[in-house]
Design a protein around this ligand. Structure first.
Ligand code: SF4
Length: 218
């Protein structure tokens, strides 16, 4: 791994700037979900993962309490990950269709996955202050991933985070699945519905729609 990204990731993993989030991620790691009671939870901030020479950055909001916060890897070990990786594999951005734990052999090609907020927030609702603090890491990631040409935001909050990072006005950018906006000569932002069980169950998103969006990025 690129030494600058590694340095940044080491810094992220040891970050305790947001006391509320530090306490929350550790509480979840201690209490655990019954299904995972024999596992050791990660319980720390999570870093990005994937191809550091990638042209595509996929951005989620934050790690899931019993997904990334348990396994230590973004979009790993929960239902959103199951859906997303089936689609990434179909679109040939991933070598396999599952993302279950950090030793599962997953490799991404031309995609780097990360989250706007590196710690799990209570009720999936970070404060403006926590987001602002953590955006500093995301901005550094975007600078260090030198080949990035497209940022795909997974879900409306990740999309709005992306707009904030580039100081763009929300009213000028409508969120819908497949919306694409060129924000400067080097970078385009793309909106996607989040691969959450709720969106899948309500048929807001399905594999065909997600794979079509992924294929359109090539
Ligand atoms: S949310 Fe970001 S800034 Fe806040 S403690 Fe976690 S890693 Fe640090």
């Amino acid at each position: 791994m690129d030494s600058e990204i590694k340095k940044l990731n080491d810094k992220i993993i040891s970050c305790k700037k947001c006391l509320r989030l530090k306490n929350f991620r550790e509480k979840i790691a201690k209490e655990k979900r019954k299904q995972f009671e024999n596992e050791k939870y990660w319980g720390k901030p999570i870093t990005g993962f994937g191809d550091i020479d990638s042209e595509i950055l996929m951005l989620g909001l934050a790690p899931a309490a019993h997904g990334g916060n348990r396994t230590g890897r973004v979009f790993t070990g929960d239902k959103s990950a199951d859906f997303l990786f089936k689609c990434l594999h179909k679109a040939k951005f991933a070598n396999q269709s599952n993302s279950t734990n950090i030793t599962d052999g997953l490799v991404l090609k031309n995609v780097y996955l990360t989250v706007a907020l590196k710690c799990v927030p209570p009720f999936d609702k970070p404060t403006a202050c926590e987001l602002k603090e953590c955006f500093k890491y995301l901005k550094q990631e975007i600078i260090l991933l030198k080949n990035i040409k497209i940022i795909v935001s997974l879900g409306q909050i990740a999309f709005q985070s992306c707009l904030k990072i580039f100081d763009l006005k929300r009213k000028d950018f409508k969120f819908y699945h497949g919306a694409r906006y060129r924000i400067n000569k080097d970078l385009e932002i793309v909106a996607s519905y989040h691969p959450s069980p709720r969106n899948v169950n309500t048929k807001r998103i399905n594999q065909n729609k997600m794979v079509a969006l992924l294929n359109s990025l090539k």
